[in-house]
Every structure is written in structure tokens, then in C-alpha cells.
Design a protein around this ligand. Structure first.
Ligand code: FAD
Length: 345
């Protein structure tokens, strides 16, 4: 039986607001566990604009998405926090003792006294190729998750995509003992978003006959005996052609999907969780929602608004977890208790 990880607080989402939530809980003396669908922390800052500048974080005139995430990680370093990355929270269920059981796609089970949903615009999951009937082959011949040698060894492989991941996968698949029988890169036109050096490597491999590039837009498929045989393509000349394959690996980037959050029985408005602005609690006691995932009159999807929400949500959690304690406002400048929690001598 899977052991349940007991925790006072579980944060769903390690975007900027989820990370700051960890900090605010730490100041209140509440240790937490964090789950994120991505294999790394940082949410939109890391995934969508890691190298772009942000100008509206208080006290930081300019920093990139990546730098902000690094600073937030540095800020939470004093607090013992366990991160469970690369897995999505599927379910939250109230237990008979009032605590919340949370389970993830990786089979982890948590028993949490409070839950903080900092799920932003949803979990970042691989984008799928939209083609009628293709989903039937997901996991057997069609793969959207990380590419693996075992899937392509000795197989006729098609890789769909135009970014670094797609080109890199092609280059890996046409080399070594576990090479594919053939490798075809498929993209709608002969232009790529991958780095120029990667594009040059791909073109070199095509010239050397180790792989090939086919331009075209998938429009249909052919299957026989329960196996995917070929993709129908519309090529740039407007003609239809067929591309035979054993394995299709899509590398089309990640996109956020609200996913299971909508099934947790919480009050929602236009795909966002309704919260009160006193402590950012949702319609369920003990479940808070902070950052881009919540809505309330005047809501603005800005990082600094999420930071404010996380601060009040941590006070809200303290009132629930330690009802006998007074929720005193203390300054980090002067409080010896906060200094102790922050590890400052
Ligand atoms: P997110 O950053 O979206 O993080 C949510 C995390 O939750 C994700 O990592 C996701 O994988 C995870 N998650 C979701 N569901 C689950 C689940 N079920 N299980 C596990 N994990 C889950 N804001 C500003 O204030 N200033 C700016 O200059 C600015 N520039 C921006 C530029 C761009 C191009 C974009 C797209 C946004 C910008 N924003 C800016 C908005 C800002 O990025 C968001 O407000 C901020 O990221 C919200 O943080 P968050 O932590 O709430 O959510």
C-alpha cells in the first residue's frame, strides 16, 4: 500500500505564487509539500518567458522570469520543503477526520490539513497533435511525453515538431546501437524555431542520409488491424501524400490545461476558483486558492497580486491550524521568532 505523506500544508503549483506561498507559510511556522506537473519550478515565468524581462516586481526594477524564480527559491531556502515535480494532482478528497487526501498522477498520496491551489492557468502538459482517431494509438505507437530509445529502436519513426526538442530527438534516434530503422522529421514548412546550431545539425544529418525532413500538415491517418500505418499529409504544394510509420513522437511544446482542478467540487466562475478576499479561502474550508487560478471582484492576474494573496492565505491557514494561537502580525525586520524561522542568528 502507498504510504500517505502527512503534512500541515500542501501547495499545488510551483509557479511564482506557489513558491511565495511556501515562504509565507514558512514565516508562520508551517512546513509544506509542493506538487507541480512540470519537471521544474517556476510555472509561467520558467516555461513561457524565462529570458524576458519583468519590470513590475516591487523592489526589483528589472529581472528575467528565470532570475525571479531563482530569487524566490533562494528566499524559501530556510524552510524545509519537499518538492514533488513532474506529476499532476488528480484528486482532492475530504477524509472523515476533516483532512484532505490528495493524490497525484505519479501515485503519491498526501494527507493534508490545508491545501493551497496555486495552479495558475493550469498544469503544463505536452501539446497533442489534433487528428481524428490518433488518440487511439496514444501510449502504443503515438507518444507526446519525453522521447525514449526503447520506443524507436529498429522502428520507422516520425517526429512532429520544429523546436529544439523535436530536432534533438531526431538526431538521437538516428545514432547508436538503439537507432531507429528510419527517422523522419515532420513540420508544416521548412522553417524551424529550434536554435540555428541545432537546425544546422539536422540539415547535416539529412544530407548524410541519416534522417530526412518532410514538409506537410497531417490531415488524416490510415490504420489496419488495430495498428497505425501511415499519416495523410497535405504538402506545401497542396498535394496529398502518405507517410508510413511505426512510431510517431510529437514534440509540440507544452500548453497549460486546467485539467482536474475543475473536478474538485469547488465553486468556480469562468474556469477560475471563487475566493473570499479576507484569506483567499475557496468554497471548501481549508482549501485556499492563490495567483492566476482564483477570481474575485477586481482580480488582476499579476505576480504581485498573487504575492499579496499568498500572504493573507498563510494567515488564514494559521487561524485554522492553530486556533488557540493569536495570529499576530510580526515584522521580519524586528521579530526574533521570524529571525529564528529564517535561520538568522
Ligand atoms: P503559474 O505561473 O501558471 O504556475 C502554476 C503552476 O501550477 C504551473 O507550474 C503548473 O504546471 C502547475 N499546476 C497546475 N495545475 C496543476 C495540477 N493539477 N497538479 C500539479 N501542478 C499543477 N505578470 C506580472 O506581474 N508581470 C509581468 O511582467 C508578466 N509578464 C508576463 C509575460 C508573459 C508572456 C506571460 C504569459 C505572463 C506574464 N505575467 C506577468 C503573468 C504571470 O506570469 C502570472 O500572473 C504568474 O505566473 C501567475 O503565477 P501562478 O503561480 O499563479 O501560476
Amino acid at each position: 500500500m502507498t504510504t500517505r505523506i502527512e503534512t500541515e500544508a500542501l501547495v499545488i503549483g510551483a509557479g511564482p505564487v506557489g513558491l511565495f506561498q511556501v515562504f509565507q507559510l514558512g514565516l508562520q511556522g508551517i512546513a509544506c509539500q509542493v506538487v507541480d506537473a512540470l519537471p521544474h519550478v517556476g510555472g509561467q515565468c520558467a516555461e513561457l518567458y524565462a529570458d524576458k524581462p519583468i519590470y513590475d516586481i516591487p523592489g526589483i526594477p528589472v529581472c528575467t522570469g528565470r532570475e525571479l524564480v531563482a530569487r524566490l527559491q533562494q528566499q524559501i531556502a530556510p524552510f524545509p520543503t519537499s518538492f514533488h515535480l513532474g506529476q499532476q494532482v488528480k484528486r482532492i478528497e475530504r477524509q472523515s477526520d476533516g483532512r484532505l487526501q490528495v493524490d497525484t498522477t505519479a501515485g503519491k498520496l498526501f494527507l493534508a490539513s490545508t491545501v493551497f491551489i496555486a495552479a495558475g492557468v493550469g498544469a503544463f502538459v505536452p501539446r497533442h497533435l489534433m487528428l481524428d482517431g490518433l488518440d487511439a494509438f496514444l501510449g502504443t505507437q503515438v507518444f507526446a511525453e519525453d522521447a525514449q530509445h526503447s520506443r524507436w529502436a529498429g522502428q520507422h519513426m516520425v517526429v512532429a515538431g520544429d523546436g529544439d526538442a523535436a530536432l534533438q530527438t531526431c538526431l538521437q534516434a538516428c545514432e547508436g546501437a538503439e537507432a531507429a530503422a528510419s527517422v523522419t522529421l515532420l513540420h508544416r514548412r521548412d522553417q524551424f524555431s529550434a536554435r540555428p546550431e541545432r537546425v544546422a545539425q539536422m540539415r547535416q544529418a539529412c544530407t548524410a542520409g541519416r534522417m530526412r525532413f518532410v514538409a506537410g500538415q497531417p490531415t488524416g491517418l490510415r490504420a489496419e488491424g488495430g495498428r497505425l500505418q501511415a499519416l495523410e499529409l497535405l504538402n506545401p504544394q497542396g498535394e496529398t501524400e502518405w507517410l508510413s510509420l511505426d512510431v510517431l513522437q510529437t514534440c509540440l511544446g507544452l500548453s497549460p490545461k486546467l485539467g482536474p482542478v475543475a473536478q474538485w467540487g469547488l465553486a468556480m466562475e469562468r474556469k477560475q476558483l471563487v475566493v473570499n478576499t479576507e484569506n483567499f479561502g475557496t468554497s471548501e474550508p481549508g482549501i485556499f486558492a492563490v495567483g492566476d487560478i482564483n477570481t474575485y471582484p477586481g482580480k488582476k492576474k499579476l505576480i504581485l497580486c498573487g504575492f499579496h494573496e499568498a500572504t493573507l492565505a498563510a494567515f488564514g491557514a494559521l487561524a485554522l491550524l492553530r486556533p488557540a494561537e493569536k495570529t499576530l502580525l510580526q515584522y521580519t525586520t524586528t521579530s526574533t521568532l521570524l529571525h529564528k524561522r529564517l535561520g538568522i542568528a
